[in-house]
Design a protein around this ligand. Sequence first.
Ligand SMILES: NC(=O)c1ccc[n+]([C@@H]2O[C@H](COP(=O)([O-])OP(=O)(O)OC[C@H]3O[C@@H](n4cnc5c(N)ncnc54)[C@H](O)[C@@H]3O)[C@@H](O)[C@H]2O)c1
Length: 380
Amino acid sequence: MSSGAGASAAETIAHAGPAGDLAVPTERLRRQIEALFAAWCGPDHARASAEVLVEADLMGIDSHGITLVQLYEELVTAGKIARDARVGVVRGFGAVAVVDGGGGFGHAPSLRAMDLAVEKARAFGVGAVGVRNSNHFGAAGVYALRAARAGMIGLATSAVHMPSIVPVFGRVPRLGTNPIAFAAPGAEGEPFLLDIATSTIAIGKLKLASRKGQRLPDGYALDAEGRPQNDPDAALRDRLMTPLGGDRAMGGHKGYGLAAMVEVLSTLLTGASYAPLRAADAPHYDVGHFFLALNPEAFRDDDGAGADGFAHDLDAFVACLRETPPAAGCEAVLAPGDPEHAVRAVRTREGIPIPRSLVERVRGIAAERGADFLLEEPAG
Ligand SMILES: NC(=O)c1ccc[n+]([C@@H]2O[C@H](COP(=O)([O-])OP(=O)(O)OC[C@H]3O[C@@H](n4cnc5c(N)ncnc54)[C@H](O)[C@@H]3O)[C@@H](O)[C@H]2O)c1
């Protein structure tokens, strides 16, 4: 990662994982995830899905790495994922295209869509590609970062098959935790990367509070009357999340608006299904995603600046953010993306930590599906 005050602060929060976790090398993790997906839906999808989940685990986005195989096993068992789904471009005009995910997992059509957006941005300065008839696509940041690694500014958004965000002043969910990821390339430094759900906290953090027996502060989740819910188990059961910010006084209307914006781009623009209005007997969830790539070269003068000019300016910009004088009791200011880049450096070296309970769950799913179990080296 690049140097700067934020770099060392980010490194202090990067860790391989708690003692007792199994540290799994990247390549072995990739083969394990591929084996599971191949059993669920065939080899082509397996490669793409493994790539996305391993990237999330490498970056420390543990809620969206191999742990997702538990959710995916449920979706496959419920018949919500098409086996051998055919992914194809169904519309294309200039800088715009639409990819149909064929009712399968969201990773393969999403990688295809972002790659196509990048290709179009090289040709036209901008590429905008929607995906419909898809499913859960993992961590949005993986796709935005892919564009940045190709020298583009990248934006990735997704709807979710199940609504859980309650609009401000409401008491029923109307939006998913609809993630937004935005990445921009640096010259020497790692890309800027903002990758967030549009709920105040991610569902994974409710699970953590439940495991630790902690009460939730007001503003994270709601009860059936729209009042604050402080019991994490009830919050997990009811899935009534506040939009980013919390209530109106804390700016929840802004998170609500952002979640709705994601739905407009990911669902309405692409022609996917809006979950609250989807027919109860629809065979698939028909989730939508949206990918945008912008080519800095198309915007900047080519007087020795060009794309490199943008990337150098980005480095200077994030360095300035990191040099913000820290608040009392804080070590340093970080730039968005610093924590993920720091964790990646550690995990590439030391392996990806997987809690023993998850290792056993993976062993069980592999046995159930007739896939190889590869997380642990064979004894002897
Ligand atoms: N596929 C889906 O349906 C779905 C739905 C919701 C969320 N997600 C994913 O869940 C993941 C977690 O989302 P989340 O909302 O819990 O993220 P989060 O609250 O952990 O925030 C992560 C973002 O904040 C930045 N960040 C963290 N600390 C920072 C600091 N001190 N200064 C500056 N930046 C900082 C990180 O670099 C990163 O960009 C994301 O990858 C998201 O895409 C996916």
